[in-house]
Design a protein around this ligand. Structure first.
Ligand SMILES: Nc1nc2c(ncn2[C@@H]2O[C@H](COP(=O)(O)OP(=O)(O)OP(=O)(O)O)[C@@H](O)[C@H]2O)c(=O)[nH]1
Ligand SMILES: [Mg+2]
Length: 504
């Protein structure tokens, strides 16, 4: 086992569980070393973990995933629990893929919260990102088997070793496959496609706040690739100019243009009904190409040019309904994710972009959950976590906590359960919030309070490493600020590392 680990990207396997002393390491491979040896190994830049190190990792794993005493509550609502996350352990130069899990012992009524981690050198963490789907399913199966083995109680590490070894061999197989290169930096390819004149370049310029270039914009000829460094990754943006000749080229040379697309934004000009059929046809061809590469690329549909003054016109509404129905037919497997955007509402563009980018973040669910717990504890009805560029990294919304009638559109039921996308419902309010956000950011203060109708918005700037993040809270009473400030350090502790590595 030790030898296998030494020669692979895997630095360790750790199974931890709660017991009466808190989170404890139960099975760990390679075997722990003495503390002196662990100290020494740090100087030599190799990873050797002592029992205390494994315990620290167990504590972080379980407290991040389950949160102190809340793990039983999570269990009551398993759908809400994030079952995995990629967690950084900078103290040990490690990154883990951690799967959260409940063990059901025959001897106990209550399930026991547990976690299983694959530990890798943090400089080689792209192994986890590049093979996430495969690794997850491998580990889920492994845990099922493990459950059966220990259902009468923990067995000795020696007895369990073959199980872990079996898993390790499978992991090494994945590592050896040539299509899973281990690179140092995460590189992400985002493709923007749609007919000519559908607003792709305008959307991209808006994300970049290059408003002055929006005027007199010319059609994009061929593909225009730019890149941004954000959220711990290099994001390559492929703006595929939509002229007919170019479209054909992308499809015949899909190996170049569509291969390894991590995320696709597909644009439809909702004002131009005459071209809906043409647009759908192009989309279907792109889908065929993507399917050939066996890629499960997430798709975000952008209904562009939904400017405020026309978006509620009967004609536009009908257009939207029509094209929505078409898309539902095409992507029959799941609900298409649609955003109506306008270059006159920067927030509409940022939230569409954020939603796409969040699909690339394995930790998004966990960050959301931490924000949700925070908001519940502080009795906050709406909170948003933004990065300096205004991307929404996490959001929380609850009707229950929302007493103010101002923000609820007429006819909306006060029903928490049915909410899926908070942006859909509160878009106009968010536009306003975003405007305030821009003002706040310009102020260079750490905290600011804005009053709107019978609500209060609190903005807080938090600094993690060299980066600014912003949290925005909507509340009915300024008094809740104290509670927020009290809970803030814990929130920052829990989310800090996750935010720095949002997608890498
Ligand atoms: N009213 C309105 N016009 C928009 C919006 N977005 C883009 N446009 C206009 O639509 C036209 C085409 O926009 P582009 O961004 O160049 O479209 P494109 O998809 O990049 O087009 P190609 O490069 O030819 O594929 C321009 O005149 C834009 O000003 C919008 O949200 N509202
Ligand atoms: Mg263009």
């Amino acid at each position: 086992m030790e030898d296998l680990i030494e020669n692979s990207v895997i630095e360790g396997l750790l199974f931890s569980a709660f017991d009466k002393f808190g989170p404890q390491p139960i099975y760990m491979f390679p075997k722990e070393v003495s503390e002196e040896e662990a100290e020494q190994s740090k100087l030599e830049n190799v990873v050797k973990l002592s029992y205390r190190d494994y315990t620290q990792i167990s504590i972080k794993n379980l407290s991040m995933m389950a949160g102190d005493q809340e793990y039983i509550e999570l269990h009551k609502d398993p759908d809400k629990a994030p079952y995995f996350a990629i967690l950084p352990f900078p103290d040990f130069n490690l990154t883990s893929l951690t799967i959260f899990h409940f063990i059901r012992f025959k001897t106990s009524k209550e399930p026991t919260a547990a976690s299983f981690s694959i530990l890798v050198d943090r400089n080689r963490r792209s192994f986890l990102y590049n093979n996430l789907t495969q690794l997850k399913s491998l580990v889920f199966n492994f845990l099922l088997k493990l459950d059966l083995e220990i259902s009468n109680g923990y067995k000795s590490p020696e007895m369990m070793e073959p199980f872990f070894k079996d898993l390790l061999l499978k992991l090494i197989e994945i590592e050896k496959k040539p299509y899973a290169p281990i690179t140092h930096a995460t590189r992400i390819k985002v493709v923007f496609a749609g007919l000519d004149d559908s607003g792709k370049t305008s959307f991209l310029l808006s994300i970049d706040r290059k408003y002055s270039k929006l005027i007199g914009l010319k059609p994009t000829i061929g593909a225009n690739v730019t890149s941004i460094q954000a959220l711990g990754a290099s994001i390559f943006l492929w703006d595929l100019g939509g002229q007919i000749a170019s479209r054909q080229k992308y499809l015949t040379k899909s190996q170049i243009y569509l291969y390894e697309t991590d995320l696709l934004f597909y644009f439809i000009d909702i004002k131009n009904k005459a071209r809906f059929e043409e647009s759908i046809e192009y989309f279907q061809k792109i889908m065929v190409a993507l399917k050939e590469f066996k890629m499960n690329t997430p798709i975000i549909f952008i209904f562009s040019k939904g400017d405020k003054d026309i978006v509620n016109n009967q004609e536009i509404k009908e257009n939207i309904q029509y094209i929505k129905a078409k898309l539902i037919e095409i992507v029959s497997s799941k609900k298409p994710e649609i955003f109506i955007t306008s270059i006159f509402s920067i927030f509409s563009i940022l939230q569409a972009f954020s939603s796409g980018i969040s699909k690339l973040s394995p930790n998004r669910k966990l960050i959301n959950l931490i924000l949700q717990r925070f908001s519940n504890r502080a009795d906050i009805s709406l909170s948003l976590l933004l990065n300096n560029e205004g991307l929404v990294l996490a959001d929380f919304f609850s009707w229950k906590a929302l007493k103010s009638s101002e923000i609820r559109p007429p006819g909306e039921e006060a029903d928490d359960g049915k909410l899926r996308n908070i942006f859909e419902i509160t878009a106009p309010q968010f536009t306003m919030l975003y405007k305030i956000f821009s003002e706040f950011r310009a102020l260079k203060q750490d905290e600011s309070i804005f009053k709107i109708a019978d609500s209060v918005i609190l903005f807080k700037k938090i600094r993690i490493a060299d980066y600014d993040f912003f949290v925005l809270f909507l509340m009915d009473d300024e008094i809740k600020k104290d509670r927020i400030n009290e809970l803030m350090p814990d929130f920052m502790y829990r989310t800090g590392d996750l935010l720095l590595r949002y997608i890498s």
